[in-house]
Design a protein around this ligand. Structure first.
Ligand code: LLP
Length: 446
């Protein structure tokens, strides 16, 4: 196995920021930070902070890089909607001709609202409710990926009741270990994801025997933020073997080999998993199967395309620590506190002040509410703004209203213009539907 060290580069702060700026389409004109040609201070001034900003040009660039790398192979790219489900972002993908990978009825509704043709939607998701399966069948979702035989029972019953057929895949747990944060490794045994390898054949035969269901895909997703192609090759090798066995058993309907998402990006010093290198590792096996290669990337397509802007509220010195308190917290961007993830932070207006070692903390009432720890940052003062980089994937979508904080606005930048594509949540939205005076039910009581 390649050592971790070879997948990280030793970069100076300047080199790191130059690389991250290029990834994100960021530049400075004078002191002012710009994205896609638009001054970020102007957006922050108009919308207030915290606010998420997405750069459509970077999204298209990332899609193009991957699509180009896959050019010689029959393929489909289905954007993992969970990474960023704003309708305007989804529309960028739809217009590129991408499909959508969804994991819930809510994401299905979003994908349809954004205009994805249902047949280009893959329904993954480790636990689908009967209502969600029915919604998918009625919508004509192109591929429903099974996670268990219980799920097949439910899907078959609903298909029979509706008299509606469906193309089905099986998400296999290939039992390979990808080196990443343990919370986002999904390909090894003993975890909830996928059908264990040795249980795939009986499940596939059951699908094949069902008059309304067609087994058209074999799938895996081994984890997220993966920098090494080796576990993909290992997993794909297992899948290819499985496809051969299924064919031998008389199943002649499989058309797609879905190898999931997971391509890692640069947050700090990572060497991103380059699609060309990635494809070189998986191509021979994929071609051997003769199937269409399906990918479900999320982070690779949108991670670097997004920023979170935040304003410094105050500074404190306590217990030998310098604390910068900002108006974005763990409810807005949970990745630092949940995964100890690094998100680069830079000033919106560079003031040329010397660096200080600080913790950047949020306003939420938790000690674990931080955006950065032991970070070297220019000595920013109250009222100044910072951009948090690499926030396009698993940023807004994981935001909550903890502490009754309204979720941030979202802005799309494209071609030197920008638009609010979701206004800041309003406090009234937070408790709409609640009442201080319950209407009691007595049924079941006493
Ligand atoms: N397909 C399936 C079935 C998935 O479960 C996922 C992500 C993807 C595709 C897309 O993976 P990507 O290309 O984005 O790595 N919240 C975590 C990441 C969780 C990923 C969950 N599944 C984070 O902030 O790092």
């Amino acid at each position: 196995m390649v050592s971790t060290a070879t997948r990280h580069a030793a970069l100076s702060t300047e080199e790191r920021q130059a690389a991250l700026f290029a990834d994100a389409g960021l530049s400075r004109r004078g002191a002012t930070l710009r994205v896609g040609g638009v001054a970020l201070s102007a957006i922050a001034e108009a919308t207030g902070t915290p606010v998420y900003i997405y750069n459509a040009e970077v999204i298209r660039r990332q899609y193009g890089v991957l699509d180009q790398a896959l050019a010689g192979v029959p393929h489909r790219i289905c954007f993992a909607v969970k990474a960023n489900s704003n309708l305007a972002v989804l529309r960028v993908f739809r217009d590129l001709g991408a499909g959508a990978d969804i994991v819930s009825g809510g994401e299905l509704s979003r994908a349809i609202a954004a205009g994805f043709p249902p047949q280009r939607i893959v329904f993954s998701g480790v636990g689908k409710s009967p209502a969600e399966l029915e919604q998918a069948l009625l919508a004509g979702v192109g591929h429903i990926h099974l996670e268990s035989s219980d799920e097949l029972d439910k899907l078959a019953a609903i298909a029979e009741r509706l008299g509606k057929g469906a193309a089905v895949g099986i998400r296999v747990n290939p039992d390979v270990t990808a080196e990443t944060h343990p919370y986002i490794a999904t390909g090894q045994g003993g975890i909830k994801f996928g059908v264990p390898f040795d249980q795939v054949m009986p499940l596939a035969l059951r699908v094949h025997a069902h008059p309304l269901l067609t087994l058209d895909s074999i799938a895996m997703h081994i984890g997220s933020q993966i920098l090494d192609p080796a576990p993909y090759r290992e997993g794909l090798g297992k899948l290819a073997g499985l496809v051969a066995e299924l064919r031998k058993a008389g199943i002649d309907t499989i058309r797609n080999l879905d190898i999931g998402g997971g391509l890692g990006i640069r947050y700090k010093d990572e060497i991103p998993l380059d699609p060309v290198r990635f494809l070189a590792a998986v191509r021979p096996l994929a071609e051997e199967t003769g199937l269409t290669l399906v990918m479900e990337p999320g982070r690779f397509l949108v991670g670097s395309a997004g920023l979170l802007l935040t304003t410094v509220l105050s500074r404190k010195h306590s217990g030998g620590k310098e604390l910068v308190l900002v108006d974005a917290g763990m409810n807005d961007l949970v990745r630092p506190s949940h995964y100890m993830a690094w998100h680069e932070m830079v000033e919106l207006e560079a003031a040329g002040r010397p660096d200080v070692a600080v913790d950047v903390v949020g306003p939420v009432c938790e000690t674990g509410d931080f955006l950065a720890r032991d970070r070297t940052l220019p000595g920013v003062v109250a009222g100044e703004r910072l951009a948090v980089l690499g926030a396009g994937a698993y940023g807004f979508v994981m935001a909550s209203s903890y502490n009754s904080r309204t979720r941030p606005a979202e802005v799309l930048v494209d071609g030197g213009r920008w638009a609010v594509v979701r206004p800041r949540e309003r406090v009234a939205d937070l408790y709409a539907g609640e009442t201080p005076e319950p209407r009691w039910e007595t049924n079941g009581g006493g």
